[in-house]
Design a protein around this ligand. Sequence first.
Ligand code: GLC
Ligand code: CA
Length: 585
Amino acid sequence: MQEAKNRDWYKSMSFYQIWVRSFADGNGDGIGDLYGVYDKLEYVKSLGVDGIWFSPIYPSPNADYGYDISDYKNIHPDFGDLDQFKKVLAKAHELGQKVIMDLVVNHTSDEHPWFIESRKGKDNPYSDYYIWRDKPNNWDSLFEGKAWEFDETRGQYYLHIFAKKQPDLNMDNPKVREEVKSIMRFWLDMGVDGFREDVINFISKKEGLPDGLFLLPAAKGMMQYKDGPHIHEYLAEFRKVCDSYDCFQLGEGPMTTVKSAMKYLTGPTKSLDMMFSFDHMMADCFYTEYMHRPFSLRKLKKAFSKWQYALDGKGWNALYLENHDHPRIISRYGSEHFWWESGTMLAASYIFQQGTPFVYQGQEIGMTNIHLMSIEQYVDVSSKTNYYTYHLKEDPERRLHRIHLSSRDSARTPMQWDDSKNAGFSSVRPWFYVNPNYKRVNVAAEEADKNSILNFYRKCLKLRKETPALIYGRYKEYFPKDKNLFVYERSLNRDVYVIVCSFSRLPVKLRLPDNYPESEGELVLCNYPEESMEERNARKGERAQFKKDVDEALERVQEDLESFELRHGMLRPYEARVYRFKDDN
Ligand code: GLC
Ligand code: CA
């Protein structure tokens, strides 16, 4: 198959994202580290993924938990050292896993030696490594107030699109670009297999840094640096470095549109193999999770399909529902009441789309948002800013609720390995709060249950890997207006798969495309297991708790759950099915 050749190897892969600080503590200080990672590599492999993306593991003062880097060619002492990283890399490779690193070059930490030098004065050799001005423009920072901070020593303002402790690098300076290439070579020479490139569409700023014209909430100025004037030239330089290695590049593209992404992914300006887009992260919010609105399946489907159709045969999608920047998906697009049902269904809703799936640590066991009691308990800079900046007239409880719904910290709690103290994450008190649901939601418990969310992820990833139609096949969506069902098809050479996902907490009628009647399909995967009567009754017992909370209508329909018709013509709450059809037409 053409697509599978050479540098297209990433297409058939799937990835696991590790945010090391909360993954596994190997040396007993309460902080996840590379010793813990080393011990868990077999687990990662057991999921059926083929690669790992490490969120930044470099030295960092942690103003933005690793995304503020003070040394690009080293490992954070909390996580280990370069030797330990090399051990992890070697073992990952032995296990057949690729490893990609986070490349964060829009900004550094203000504690990076370049910035320490740069702020000393205009005649310092590092003077132009950053963006200095006598007068600020009107841009907003995405994390902390305005985008400019006055520096007493230098007597000028520096630009920071993110936190104050994250000064933006001046990518127009060729020396800075040489530094980036040197960082890339450093890790590629060590053997890493590629990069996830942080906010890469922001690195080239419009000449003269003009005021922002459009009023995006808290993002004034973005149009002056998103897809900036020299972005494709700079990325071509970076691409050239990668071209001499067998590696790939994945760019994070906040606020990117299909149209602008195509320039990065296709044609003469192709510089990236994939991009993380954000449209499908807005089905319950307006631009950012902090502007919450009720979940709309139709919005979600529209976003999915837009990217699927646009990139088909031209580019390649990076598929994800979670990462370290977003709250947990069950708490957003699924239901914590229907935890297992929605957790499994959500897996099927994206893993079988066209693209390379990413699974974020804890997603595969159905971890959910943590509900902390006070804003003081949150550590993420953007959560705090949002709490203290917006909706100030609302009562504190309501404002805290917004943070429950939106905070990145919701997805940064320690990984839940078992039901022992600290969820098996650490022998001592972890650096951050463990979600109290760890007694029930944990790896060990789910290993032991063949129908767990964990084992369903494994089934999905395995099925995808074994099925060319589910990797390379064309995507087609059915019933886009349906408010309950997401139905999509993947087809390759007459091998057709139809994936049906119910997003409803009530039973709904199964809908399949006219040309693919259920009677002709082979059910190859379903999140609901074939149950014995006993198991079924046990499940009914578990549901009794929340059953009380739902309205009478639900109760009436719940009774139907038992019925024969339901078994055949209806989908149970959050049911997901994958059918296979042989297309003889
Ligand atoms: C990206 C990262 C996020 C970070 C930001 C600034 O969006 O994923 O975690 O805060 O860039 O580096
Ligand atoms: Ca540790």
